[in-house]
Design a protein around this ligand. Structure first.
Ligand code: MG
Length: 394
């Protein structure tokens, strides 16, 4: 069952863009992307839609080409529209008739928030009907006003607000449009109106509140704000923390770095297992949530932490991030030492840290450098480590 989306973008949109605007509203950016690009993308990304045709104003060809660039693969050639909306739809349908689809979804460019489920409901309605019309019930009270005075209340029972896309069997709606152009004296504001006039059987499907028509400058501004908020929510807040630690060597036979025991001709001294790598990283995690440092939570004076494995500290810092609804995104650690050699143990350390933090190993970086023989590190008196942690908070 072939489906084409016909997007009507031929209007001048003066209300929204304003008389001094450089171009019509359907080309105004919302959230940094042209409204028409968003509308086209909604259909281009839908599995039921085979291709798309856009009806444009002949003056807008340059604007259209740049708006359509991203979705070019699924677009038929654009068609120039006519005076009225009805004329523009007719022009699009006639262009399609050379290579007609079985079903057509006629949609206003000014509804960029059409969603996948709504498109499915409209396409599905055509399994049993000539047309499918997305609608929402009227919930406000409707009042008739004449010369500035209230003259009556209109019962809202049986009244609905219609939206687009309006779906039709292609042959049926093309006949309806051709006949309306020949015989009807009235102008129709939508295609369901033409279908009803022609006697097609149009089903009602549930519309979507999000699928509102952007008409005024205020509509455009709030759409812009909505997209900004959505993007912010998707990204969350990114925080970066840094940490630094040093431990001194003493005579011994091994050091523990990032939880990995490495045979060496000395050991590191400290109140826990003196894992300088995990200590620097723990401070980086605590820094990202501005929650003090390792010494605040695990004071060296406290006998409980004597000789303890430093992963206790690291996991505690990670849990503090989780408690705030956050996630560790990436960690990067650098050892500064003349020895032991880090390279042969790098992947064992990364695996250990990844396990402690519940991270993919691709998000755990370990690097090493010497100090070129300079200073206390150069004299092999100890090891330093620096760490950076990137986290995401809601
Ligand atoms: Mg330390």
């Amino acid at each position: 069952m072939s489906v084409t989306a016909l997007i009507v973008a031929a209007g001048r949109g003066i209300r929204a863009a304003g008389p001094t605007a450089l171009f019509p509203k359907q080309y105004l950016p919302i959230g940094g992307v042209a409204m028409l690009t968003r509308t086209i993308s909604a259909f281009a990304g839908h599995p039921s839609v085979d291709d798309i045709i856009v009806v444009i104003h002949p003056d807008d060809i340059g604007l259209y080409n740049s708006a359509a660039m991203r979705c070019a693969a699924r677009l038929r050639s654009a068609v120039p529209g006519g005076e009225r909306r009805q004329d523009s739809v007719r022009a699009g349908l006639e262009a399609l008739s050379a290579n007609p689809p079985e079903r057509v979804l006629i949609h206003d460019a000014a509804r960029p928030f059409v969603d996948d489920d709504l498109i499915w409901r409209v396409v599905g309605g055509l399994d049993t009907h000539d047309g499918a019309l997305p609608c929402l019930p009227v919930t406000d009270t409707l009042t008739r006003v004449s010369a500035g005075r209230v003259t009556g209340t209109i019962p809202r029972e049986g009244l609905f607000r219609t939206q687009t896309p309006q779906g039709f069997r292609f042959d049926a709606i093309l006949d309806a449009h051709r006949t309306a152009d020949e015989r009807a004296s009235a102008t129709f504001t939508d295609d369901a109106g033409i279908a009803e006039w022609y006697g097609l059987d149009v089903a009602l499907v549930e519309g979507s509140e999000a699928n509102r028509k952007l008409t005024s400058a205020q509509d455009i501004a709030s759409a812009d704000e909505l997209i900004r908020l959505r993007a912010e929510r998707a990204l969350g807040t990114i925080r970066i923390g840094s940490g630094y630690d040093v431990h001194a060597f003493a005579p011994g036979d091994a050091v523990i770095l990032c939880g990995v025991l490495i045979p060496y001709d000395r050991k590191l001294i400290g109140h826990s297992d003196a894992d300088v790598g995990m200590h620097a990283l723990t401070d980086a995690l605590l820094g990202a949530i501005a929650d003090g440092d390792i010494g605040v939570h695990f004071p060296p004076s406290d006998q409980r932490w004597r000789g303890v494995a430093s992963e206790v500290f690291l996991k505690d810092a990670a849990a503090r991030i989780k408690e705030r609804g956050g996630d560790v995104v990436h960690v990067d650690l650098t050892f500064i030492c003349e020895g032991p050699r880090i390279g042969p143990h790098r992947n064992a350390m990364r695996t250990k840290l990844a396990g402690c933090l519940g991270l993919d190993i691709g998000r755990v970086s370990i690097k090493a450098t010497t100090n070129e023989g300079l200073g206390f590190i150069g004299r092999r008196e100890g090891i330093a480590a620096t760490a950076t942690a990137t986290i995401r908070l809601p």
